[in-house]
Design a protein. Structure first.
Length: 136
């Protein structure tokens, strides 16, 4: 049920990201999807039933650690374990590439998602994420 998504899945994935509140006006989700599927160091994994994309997780290996983005499950399917399965698939994808660590960013205000990851055994890391827009 989990497979690597391709360009033909882009619109369904983006619609899912929009439906679950993952997109932000300053990020182009279609460009994010395309960059991920075009790179050998990343992929967008999808939980699919027939041709319907019901869950996604973008995973990448930066050469030192693995990163996960755009974890989303269709609202009608949340609470059924799909998020856990998607994260397990990301962990396996990274293990196969020799990544020693997996990490991701969650907004601290998103308490439900922070609690979800805590139930999966993820812990807050003692670091500060700094950033700067390069496309402005």
């Amino acid at each position: 049920m989990i497979r690597t998504l391709t360009g033909r899945d882009r619109e369904q994935a983006v619609a899912l990201w929009e439906a679950t509140g993952l997109t932000r006006p300053w990020n182009d989700p279609r460009a994010d999807f395309q960059r991920a599927i075009d790179s050998p160091a990343s992929a967008v994994l999808g939980w699919c039933e027939d041709e319907a994309v019901l869950g996604t997780a973008m995973v990448g290996d930066d050469g030192h650690r693995g990163w996960v983005y755009y974890v989303a499950v269709a609202p009608s399917r949340q609470g059924q374990g799909l998020g856990r399965v998607l994260m397990e698939a990301c962990e396996e994808w990274l293990r196969q590439r020799g990544a020693p660590k997996i990490q991701f960013m969650v907004r601290t205000s998103n308490e439900a998602v922070v609690a979800f990851y805590a139930r999966l055994g993820y812990e807050a890391q003692d670091c500060l994420v700094l950033g700067r827009r390069l496309d402005a």
